[in-house]
Design a protein around this ligand. Structure first.
Ligand code: ATP
Length: 273
């Protein structure tokens, strides 16, 4: 069952990756757009009426830090730019959008995200929390979604298909970048680019192991007392090749990773539209 869910998730992610370069254009479709404003990347997923991905665009940017919009104008400009690119590809205007916010940040950032999306001339259909969005795709009944982002690692425990506990603890990709910068005598920005390149992951893993073990300890502490037999990794930092093996070994919990963990939440957002 778990493997089946992951396979379905991977098929959706693969389909999305293909429509980024080859959009599926049909006349008279109603489109739904998922907008994910992440620390590393802003992602727009366009789905058709059957909730199949038909187009998508993303760009690395600094408009969000640790899940919060830090460059409001830059965020609007980027969402508008990606929306315009997709509208040109599809030959029509995109009207409806959904987005997500980290759990328990509604009062802090929900308003800012709504404003960014409305300023890009979308009508908002829903704003949901990130673990619920991720689980729209993963469809986990029991287990934990571990969202390893920039500044934090978010752990959401799912019981009978519902999110029963969320936590968000400092330690994420930013700490990995700082470690790369220190070990390799690079500036933060150089280290960040170096770290994101898959070709460097094998070489980086031993240097990054202590930070990944710290993330693993956070996971162990947060799931203590809950019946969690499976972890599902999402978020930009989960893209690091081999991170899942260290986490599985350290936590002792079976760890699953989709083919591109960065696209799971954006796809789940679009599905809620
Ligand atoms: P947070 O709320 O913690 O900021 P977020 O959801 O906004 O999380 P994400 O965009 O999921 O953040 O993840 C950002 C992190 O992912 C950054 O630290 C970035 O360096 C890292 N990252 C992105 N792509 C890769 C990659 N290919 N390899 C390794 N790390 C990556």
């Amino acid at each position: 069952m778990m493997e089946q869910n992951l396979q379905t998730c991977n098929e959706l992610v693969a389909k999305f990756e293909s429509v980024i370069t080859n959009p599926i254009i049909k006349e008279h479709e109603t489109y739904y757009t998922g907008v994910d404003l992440g620390t590393a990347c802003v992602v727009l997923v366009v789905m058709n009426e059957k909730y199949e991905p038909v187009a998508g665009a993303y760009e690395y940017s600094d408009v969000v830090k640790d899940g919060m919009i830090v460059d409001y104008f830059g965020a609007i400009t980027l969402v508008k730019k990606l929306k315009a690119k997709l509208e040109e590809q599809l030959g029509t205007q995109l009207l409806y959008a959904a987005s997500a916010i980290p759990p328990d940040t509604e009062s802090l950032d929900g308003g800012a995200i709504k404003n960014v999306i409305q300023s890009a001339e979308f009508e908002i259909t829903s704003i949901l929390d990130e673990p619920t969005a991720a689980n729209n795709v993963l469809k986990i009944k029991n287990g934990a979604i571990v969202d390893i982002g920039g500044g934090t690692t978010g752990i959401s425990i799912i019981n009978n298909g519902k999110v029963v506990k969320v936590s968000d603890e400092a330690t994420g990709g930013t700490h990995l970048t700082l470690t790369v910068a220190g070990a390799m005598h690079k500036s933060f920005d150089e280290a960040e680019l170096f770290k994101r390149n898959k070709a460097h992951h094998q070489e980086l893993l031993p240097i990054l192991k202590p930070v990944i073990e710290k993330i693993s300890t956070i996971i162990t502490d947060q799931v203590a007392g809950y019946d969690v037999n499976d972890l599902y990794l999402v978020g930009g930092t989960a893209c690091l090749a081999g991170i899942e093996k260290i986490i599985e070994k350290r936590t002792g919990i079976t760890t699953h990773k989709p083919i591109n963990p960065m696209f799971v939440t954006p796809l789940g957002i679009a599905k809620s539209c």
